[in-house]
Design a protein. Sequence first.
Lengths: 432, 170
Amino acid sequence: MKKFAVAALAFVALVAGFAVPAEAQLRVDVTQGNIQPLPIAIPDFIGDPSGAQIASVVRADLDRSGLFKVLDPKSFVEQVKDINTVPNFGNWRVINAQALVTGQVQQQADGRLRLDFRLWDVAGGSQMVGLQYYTTPDNWRRIAHLVSDAIYQRVTGEKGYFDTRIVFISESGPATNRKKRLAVMDEDGANPKFLTNGSYLVLTPRFNPTAQMIAYMSYIGNKPRVYLFDMESGRQEMLGNFPNMTFSPRFSPDGNKVVMSLESGGNSDIYVMDLRTRSVSRLTSDPAIDTSPSFSPDGTQITFESDRGGSQQVYVMNADGSNVHRISFGGGKNGTPVWSPRGDLIAFTKQAGGTFRIGVMRPDGSGERMITDGWEDEGPTWAPNGRVLMFGRTERGGRGSSIWSVDVTGRNERRVITPGSASDPAWSPLIQ
Amino acid sequence: MIKISTVLKFAAVSSVLTLAACTDKPKAVETAPPPASMSSSTTSSIVPGSAEDLRVNVGDTVHFDYDAYNITSEDRSVLQRQAAWLAKYPSIRVTVEGHCDERGTREYNLALGARRANSVKEYLVSLGVSAGRVETISYGKERPICTQSDESCWAQNRRGVTTITGGANS
């Protein structure tokens, strides 16, 4: 884990070579529900043998996004021999590529890898992006994700989300005695690591804004409490010293606070703890269930779920607990609200008609729409750009759980690769 | 849990019958009236005051309606037997587990399980059990005993289970 953090600092990105044209020809509008994926050609990067692997990760990233149609390298007419000369665009037009990525990887004298890549507008015959990265060879996957993010950002105008990680619960064993382990992996499912050994139940992990800390719930010692896991040291720490169950933790956008539920005498209310002073403030005092709190990205409001009105519904309050008001009125029970990092939407789980589905609505409750259609989908988490979500899906009959991703538009639903059954995904921010 | 305890009770009863059949001529033996609601404890191999005694002879599980945490009239007798049994074995400490079916979101079910466990605890306390002897824990929907996705299974999973955490005979 330490290596991961330190290596991240080694990246240097430079605008290289050709000037970026002022007006981009290529554009994919990610706000549309039904888009034409952009045909893109990504030949293996030349130079160091790692170039082929890096290009294949970029191809997989962009394909998974649903916004690109990644062309089969077998169809390529031209072979890239030098990335510092302008490609023969005609050779890419004939295979209907609208965008072309060329790249080169070189091993430096100090052992580091240097990667140069260019994104070309094939129709316009111009370079859109030219960047250069340096990193250690074992970090080649992250370089690939950074290339993917740069391409995504140039073409969509939105920040990418490929250089991110997912913390989740890895599940194994029968439903009546499910073993659950805290686990992390890259956004594309690579590099899975288990952080706990499965000898005690763990649930609902969430990253802090630097992705160096995880807040989660652990049953270690048969005392269900919120814990913090430090990715660098591997240390776990019970958060606070509460007499009863604490659960449902989530960091504030600045990472300085954890908001969570504390149960007392059977009743669950929402509290916030300042991680620097360890002082605790109570935010709700209601005999109802108050849980699943999530801050707005500006930190001024908190959305949460409560059954104070008779059934589980989504509410919003100020960060100090004032001005509590219900926002979900679209029918059924509604819970697990999570505020989009963009601030424009709240994702939630709706229980209605015998199914659990993921939906989104604006923070005032308007514009509700459902984006998944499973039997038991729950617990959405946002990509840092607010355009894609992951969620947990449970099959009927205890046949296991899996993690899925879907665009906020409801299109491009895909199963996320995990080692075995998995649940409770939480997306990291873009890694710094 | 219903299923399991029924099976165990049946096993206990049938072993008594088998023993009876082995004797040549059943003799009428006067038996003292059983202690309240613990009629079978003296006729099986179960150690009185043990976890098995609680499970088999007293009943360790109560059930709840969907999204509810009130103690039903049906379950009051189970908890009354538990309270009487705890009065008989004053050194025993228990933890009440609150469980839910899968038809709720994870965190809501943790809160609902806590409500259920607390309902059981409060009822036991109202019957004279010292609150300090009863702890609670919620497992939400994490520990189902039945995995079919239908109402009969969900009804079994919506439960409060009294488990011994200390002071039991073995």
